[in-house]
Design a protein around this ligand. Structure first.
Ligand SMILES: [Zn+2]
Length: 196
């Protein structure tokens, strides 16, 4: 089932999400629905707060980037095969000189801006079977993980922009939160929810 994606302005996007256990109700169905929702919106990642659940769960699938000529063949292959579920993730280390990449977000349609992030991360997480892993990632895979990880910490990519950029997109963000935007996937807008 495709779930509506929560738009910028909804308080659930600002919560520090909570850890979950294996017993989380209807977990398998939730995972399936999140995958369907992510692919339905052509996303490369989706975090649970984006479908209204403040829990530490996100998905990443970087395969859409594998067609991109700006990457080497090795990078393209790595991107093509990277599909992962991250549960209860904690980034343990981030290192290297920050690099810019033009990011977007399903909760913030039509806004794309360069965001600076460190290129290497070490992360501990549980997979779909709740088995714990500690792994290192770099490049674009690390970046998508960092973006999704920020969601479970209540952070959005627009928080990382310069104050000038923030001022320039303020009106756009306000329109998104009011639902004054056209998107080709299901969304839920905070300001429209309170209708009585
Ligand atoms: Zn996002």
């Amino acid at each position: 089932m495709i779930l509506p994606i929560v738009a910028y302005g909804d308080p659930v996007l600002r919560k520090k999400a909570k850890a979950i256990t294996k017993d989380y109700p209807k977990f398998d169905a939730l995972l399936e629905n999140m995958k369907e929702t992510m692919y339905g919106a052509f996303g490369v990642g989706l975090a649970a707060p984006q479908i209204g659940l403040p829990i530490r769960l996100f998905l990443v699938d970087t395969s859409p980037f594998s067609e991109d000529d700006e990457f080497t063949e090795d990078e393209q292959n790595a991107l093509k095969n990277f599909k992962r579920t991250f549960i209860n993730a904690e980034i343990l280390e981030e290192e290297g000189d920050e690099w810019a990449f033009n990011e977007g977000c399903l909760s913030i349609p039509d806004v794309r801006e360069d965001v600076f992030r460190q290129p290497k991360i070490k992360i501990q997480y549980q997979d779909e079977n709740f088995e714990t892993h500690t792994e290192e990632f770099d490049g674009l895979i690390a970046r998508v993980i960092q973006h999704e990880y920020d969601h479970i910490e209540g952070i959005l990519f627009t928080d990382k922009l310069s104050s000038l950029k923030k001022r320039l997109i303020k009106g756009k963000l306000l329109n998104i939160s009011k639902g004054k935007i056209s998107v080709d996937y299901r969304m839920r807008f905070p300001a429209l929810k309170k209708k009585r």
